[in-house]
Design a protein around this ligand. Structure first.
Ligand SMILES: [Zn+2]
Length: 388
């Protein structure tokens, strides 16, 4: 038996935010971070809600990679205020925080770490959750996962429950329009990796496939446009939709080793997530294609690559990803991220250790052992083709 979990409603397109003027309720708690608040985004949300006769309060303490303490603080405020709507607005961190605050608001008897697919949370009785992404990449608005950092700041808790998927998602291109080109590139590459890893994953299914392939086509067509011209509203809107489709794809399949290796690399060397996973993707394609050439060839043909045998299609697909990375001004190997081999080698065992135990490694079409993972990191460091 399989399931496809998704938000109840996705409102999208120009002026999608106006949907908030139609909702019914008494109080809303807006959950966000300082940067998003400074951009005036939370105020725009408040204004629409007030027009709907809903009183609002803003919790703007969410930091990048939100901590357990922040979640507890947000949940305490929610319990004191008693909202019937929670609104998470921002990038992945803010939306992840809103999901976890929602769980603890309704379940004061549990701790953050207890959120799991194995327990029934029974949430949705006090409040409903709306997510409004302001970047086009994390896909958090389409998934039932939330990543929270423990008190030491070193361990990321990857928590999940199907009950955490937002009720409503609002995709309004006015928000990603303000992303600077570098952020457009980083988040856009994250979207591509989510959808490509979902499409070849061992847990893929017909529904996730449809979302993934459409998102992949969209990224190749519109990411360069959104990167070069921030005011290209058609490109902004298409990329915003693709990010959520990718969230639905990998949320219902799984990501792969560009993510397990990328999480380790990003955490140890403090490199932005999308830049890390995007850089790794061509190497991961070359490696994983040994067990999934047909699937990669399908992707290649979907984006218009002409090739005879599947192997040729895979090779051209890896090249097309490299061309896209170059076009949006991102690095193609770890060396080009400003790291020297000695520093990198010193952390190699730690990187491999973290990457291979991740569930994202286990569901990848080809599952690397320690030795292979080390070799893959070395290829990605030097920009060398993967030939094993
Ligand atoms: Zn990602």
């Amino acid at each position: 038996m399989w399931e496809f979990t998704s938000p109840r409603k996705i409102v999208f397109g120009e002026e999608a935010l106006d949907y908030l003027r139609e909702i019914e309720g008494k109080k809303a708690l807006i959950i966000t971070g300082k940067t998003v608040r400074k951009l005036g985004f939370a105020d725009r949300v408040s204004k629409c809600l007030e027009e709907a006769g809903i009183e609002t309060r803003v919790f703007d303490d969410v930091e990048p990679e939100p901590s357990i303490e922040t979640i507890v603080k947000g949940a305490e405020l929610a319990r004191e205020y008693g909202p019937d709507w929670l609104i998470g607005i921002g990038g992945g961190s803010n939306m992840d925080a809103a999901k976890a605050i929602w769980a603890l608001y309704e379940r004061p008897d549990i701790e953050v770490g207890a959120i799991s697919p194995l327990i029934k949370l029974g949430i949705g009785k006090k409040a409903h959750l709306i997510c409004i992404p302001t970047t086009s990449g994390s896909g958090s608005e389409g998934t039932w996962a939330t990543i929270i950092t423990d008190s030491s700041g070193r361990v990321k808790l990857e928590l999940a429950s199907k009950e955490l998927v937002p009720d409503i998602v609002i995709l309004d291109p006015q928000f990603p329009r303000l992303m600077p080109p570098r952020l457009t590139a980083d988040t856009g590459m994250d979207t591509l990796v989510h959808s490509m890893e979902a499409y070849v994953n061992q847990w893929r299914n017909d529904f996730s496939d449809a979302m993934a392939i459409k998102a992949i086509k969209t990224v190749f067509e519109y990411l360069p446009r959104a990167y070069k011209n921030p005011d290209d509203m058609e490109a902004r809107e298409k990329m915003h939709i693709a990010a959520t489709m990718s969230g639905l794809a990998f949320g219902n399949a799984q990501a792969g080793i560009a993510h397990s290796m990328g999480h380790a690399l990003g955490a140890i060397f403090k490199i932005p997530h999308g830049r890390t996973v995007g850089m790794l993707l061509p190497y991961v394609i070359e490696y994983s294609a040994k067990d999934a050439a047909g699937r990669y060839a399908e992707i290649a043909r979907a984006i218009g690559i002409e090739a005879g045998a599947d192997e040729e299609a895979v090779e051209k697909l890896a090249q097309a990803v490299k061309d896209l990375i170059r076009e949006v001004g991102l690095p193609l190997c770890i060396k080009d991220m400003g790291l020297d081999w000695k520093t990198f080698e010193g952390e190699l065992d730690e990187l491999v250790g973290r990457a291979i135990v991740s569930s994202e490694s286990i569901t990848n079409p080809r599952v690397p052992d320690e030795e292979e993972c080390k070799k893959l990191f070395a290829c990605a460091f030097n920009g060398k083709e993967v030939d094993f």
